[in-house]
Design a protein around this ligand. Structure first.
Ligand code: WTA
Length: 650
């Protein structure tokens, strides 16, 4: 028996999808007439400049096309449509700065800013199809920059502000960007962190000659180098530009953005999304999963550097005409009550965050009872959401009781950078919730669990999560690497199904999905996706490192933590020397990739556990990282003695 929580009837009464019968009716429509279903939704939910006549083109599978002879503009749908609907005076964004200062902006003002910047970008020769990299802090300007790119048909690629110069460089070069939009510095937890100087460093690494413009938002007024004519202040670029800008009408398949994410190899994948299908699904999930209403104050705590920030900050809330909070700071500064204080301050009604944040705030309350949510007025909340990693039932219950006061449904939304929007999630007014389960696929999402040969497995038996049919907001390709796209997501043995890369199991009685974690070499640390190979490549780039293997270790707060096993080119250090070198390597990884990729733990060995054919046995390393003793068969191991050496933490 699973513990089930029903949506409150008052919530259901006003919900977009009010009960399971309505959900099932939508699912049945999609089953019966897949193209009719999606075509109807796309006509009803988006404004098309040129209506499409084709819904889905599967002729070149898995390179699917949706609504591809239709023309639209994403920024027009997100901004102009709100002005036309009489929403111009409505607050679009409430910006809560790190220091608590608040700046609000209406849809009309947001539209004007986007038009000015779009005109400014055009004045610098940036046009449809050009790639623009953003390396920005959380700000109204970041949304403006993304929307301005969309307005002129430039394809943006946002790089998370925590990535290092090297990681940024790799992405700028791969995307072949003509411009970088950044800020002088960012403010987080009372600290100023550099952005522009990291861009300078990245561009100085060479191979980025394509970048002819660096546009800098002045956030802190910190001292930055200015290389004219390449560098220009954002305000200077916008100054004097008209606040009217004719949108670039693009085909529905036009690439809206590229977002780099981690895969099984060392090189990050540039996940390419289209315009029409992507926007359709962000718009629909705002209605269905977030049940967005005109009076809601919506807050998604993600960073715009991740897909959650794209779909559920920049595009979803604006296409839905919602009022949203955008937060610059960190959840634990000035204290761990910051989230609850901000909800109280802005009367947030829909709150969307990551399990890691919840777990760390639970911990914080234990040491400092003042920051417990019960000390804040959270009565404005009506819906809670979770994203990025599995939420454990204990954290779910705490969130439900203490934040939602048993009044707010929780949507545990399973999705990925590649899926563009929510895939498997409760509908807040309809689905009975079970802590730890993302429940059922959204209508039209043909999710299933199969074995390695692509055969359905019965409920109650774990397997591989797949999606059997293409859907509008799916990844279109990997930028510059169509072969990798096909091999990663549509492996032949699965017969045309989309491979999510996660394991899952369905409940015997309810059919509810529970995600059991990645089945590839991808880690999820604090909801951040990281490839073990990326971290290994960073480690072996250090002059002293001969070999490295990285595994995930379960962590009560961050979900997983990174544990690295390292073989040196010199004798294995011990004691303080080992600790000092481990610290040096951790900083090295921060410099190569970014602080989020720092291994929590490093162990040195004379070798790694390998099979006779030289393959590293990671499953043994995972056991050792957990501090457990190896009980598996190690007869295929070439060097069993090494296990003892690697079992000890420094
Ligand atoms: C994991 C984030 C369980 C999963 C939107 C997926 C989840 C990866 C959930 C994608 C959830 C995300 N329950 N696991 N509700 N949401 N994941 O691309 O492993 O940063 O494959 O997208 O996060 O991470 P990404």
């Amino acid at each position: 028996m699973q513990t089930t929580f029903l949506p409150p009837s008052s919530f259901s009464a006003a919900a977009a999808i009010p009960d399971m019968a309505s959900y099932e009716a939508l699912c049945a429509f999609a089953e019966r007439d897949y193209q009719g279903y999606w075509g109807k939704l796309a006509r009803e939910n988006l404004a098309w400049r040129v209506p499409f006549t084709r819904v889905l083109d599967e002729s070149n599978a898995p390179f699917f096309k949706w609504f591809d002879d239709g023309k639209l503009n994403v920024s027009y749908n997100c901004l102009d449509r709100n002005l036309e609907n009489g929403n111009g005076g409505k607050t679009a964004i409430i910006f809560e700065a790190d220091d608590g200062a608040v700046t609000s902006i209406t849809y009309k003002e947001l539209h004007a800013k986007v038009c000015k910047l779009a005109n400014g970008l055009r004045a610098r020769g940036i046009a449809k199809g050009d790639r623009v990299v953003l390396y920005m802090s959380m700000s109204i300007e970041a949304v403006v920059a993304m929307q301005a790119c969309a307005r002129i048909g430039a394809t943006h690629s946002v790089v998370f502000g925590g990535f290092s110069a090297r990681a940024l460089h790799e992405r700028i070069a791969d995307a072949g960007a003509v411009a970088v939009i950044t800020a002088d510095e960012q403010l987080r937890g009372g600290k100023r962190l550099p952005l522009k100087s990291i861009v300078d460093e990245a561009l100085a690494l060479g191979g980025c000659e394509c970048v002819r413009n660096v546009i800098v938002y002045r956030r802190t007024g910190g001292n930055v180098k200015h290389a004219a004519p390449r560098d220009i202040w954002l305000h200077d670029l916008m100054d004097g530009q008209s606040d009217v800008c004719e949108p670039e009408w693009v085909n529905a398949e036009h690439p809206l953005f590229i977002l780099y994410t981690s895969g099984s190899t060392g090189k990050p994948k540039g996940v390419q999304h289209a315009s029409g299908g992507y926007l359709l699904w962000t718009a629909l999930t705002m209605k269905w999963t977030f049940d967005i209403k005109p009076d809601d104050v919506y807050w998604c705590t993600a960073d715009i550097g991740w897909v959650t920030g794209h779909s559920y900050i920049t595009y979803g809330p604006t296409v839905a005409g919602a009022t949203q909070v955008i937060f610059e700071g960190v959840p634990t500064w000035p204290d761990a009550g910051r989230f609850w204080e901000t909800i109280e301050k802005h009367k947030v009604s829909i709150f969307y965050t990551a399990p890691t944040a919840i777990r760390s705030l639970i911990k914080a309350c234990e040491t400092d009872p003042k920051v417990h949510p019960k000390n804040y007025d959270l009565s404005s909340l009506r819906l809670l959401g979770s994203v990025g990693e599995p939420i454990n039932p204990e954290a779910w219950m705490w969130y439900y009781r203490n934040v939602g006061q048993e009044r707010c449904p929780i949507i545990d939304t399973f999705w990925q950078t590649e899926t563009g929007g929510h895939m498997i999630t409760p509908l807040p007014g309809a689905t009975p919730m079970v802590p730890g389960s993302c429940t059922l696929p959204l209508p039209g999402i043909m999710a299933a669990i199969v074995d390695e040969a692509g055969q359905d497995v019965p409920n109650g038996q774990g397997g591989i999560l797949v999606v059997k049919r293409p859907w509008p907001s799916m990844i279109r390709t990997i930028w510059n690497d169509a072969d990798r796209f096909r091999a990663s997501y549509f492996p032949e043995e699965l017969g045309g199904y989309y491979l999510a890369g996660d394991g899952a199991i369905r409940n015997k009685d309810t059919g509810y999905f529970t995600i059991t974690g990645r089945i590839d070499d991808v880690l999820n640390v604090s909801g951040h996706r990281m490839g073990t190979m990326e971290i290994e490549s960073a480690l072996v780039a250090h002059p002293l490192v001969a070999e490295a293997a990285v595994v995930g270790k379960p962590d009560a707060t961050t979900g997983e933590s990174i544990c690295a096993f390292v073989v040196l080119k010199q004798a294995r250090p011990e004691g303080d020397a080992a600790k000092a070198l481990a610290a040096e390597l951790r900083n090295w990884v921060a410099k190569e990739i970014g602080p989020i990729a720092k291994p929590k733990e490093i162990r040195f060995g004379d070798n790694l556990p390998k099979t006779r054919s030289g393959k590293i046995m990671r499953r043994l390393l995972r056991v050792l990282a957990k501090g457990e003793s190896v009980t598996q068969d190690v007869s295929t191991l070439e060097n069993p003695a090494i296990l003892e050496q690697l079992a000890k933490a420094l």
